[in-house]
Design a protein around this ligand. Structure first.
Ligand code: ITT
Length: 199
């Protein structure tokens, strides 16, 4: 079988996160018909792997098998250097069962304060996996480095965007227009690699 994705194909976006679904749809750019796992009532799998790549593959395979269609999954998160890479793959879990990112960002600030760290360096990682229902899969990873600011600023984007200023910039991802974030984000960088591999 070919591991190329022809335009017009229907893809399942294996995510239940509306912020991600919006960004993935913008990246897919009208090239494909996109159905989300939420729309298809595909249950969320437990993210049992220990890496972004592992969890992206797990989510893509799970959705492809449920839907009988090609699925694209994103596993991503914020890693803080002074916290040894936390929250990392636990980024969504730090927001608790109500998915409140004010709580998650508060936890990051609290942990940095507890250890008296001055280093504010952090990075976002995005692993993107595409899986075919009958087995094969491709996975890539992208990253953007930056610095954390407290309190957070801006209401655009999602998740940890209000506390992240990408390297060389002044605005947080939460203050940047979607196109400006998309020009440099970890998701876009992963997507460029995926395009090179599959489209
Ligand atoms: P799905 O698994 O259903 O896709 P999720 O939110 O559980 O949704 P993850 O396990 O990949 O997804 O968690 C990643 C978290 O990292 C996500 O909830 C965001 O809070 C954060 N994150 C990832 N990309 C981000 C971005 O571009 N801007 C801000 N926060 C981001």
């Amino acid at each position: 079988m070919s591991l190329m994705l022809p335009p017009g194909e229907t893809l399942v976006a294996a995510t239940h996160n509306p912020g991600k679904a919006r960004e993935l749809a913008a990246l897919l750019d009208g090239r494909f018909t996109v159905l989300t796992a939420a729309e298809l009532n595909i249950p969320e799998p437990d993210e049992t792997e220990s890496t972004f790549v592992g969890n992206a593959l797990l989510k893509a395979r799970h959705a492809a098998q449920h839907a009988g269609r090609i699925a694209l999954a994103d596993d991503s998160g914020l890693s803080v250097t002074a916290l040894d890479g936390a929250p990392g793959i636990f980024s969504a879990r730090w927001a608790g069962p109500t998915k409140d990112f004010a709580v998650a960002m508060g936890k990051v600030a609290e942990r940095l304060e507890e250890i008296g760290a001055d280093d504010r360096h952090a990075w976002f990682t995005c692993a993107l996996a595409v899986a075919w229902p009958d087995g094969p899969a491709v996975v890539v990873e992208g990253r953007v480095d930056g610095a954390l600011v407290f309190p957070g600023r801006g209401t655009l984007g999602f998740g940890y965007d209000p506390i992240f200023v990408p390297e060389g910039g002044e605005l947080t991802f939460g203050e940047m227009a979607p196109e400006a974030k998309d020009a440099i984000s970890h998701r876009t960088r992963a997507f460029e690699k995926l395009k090179a591999a599959l489209f």
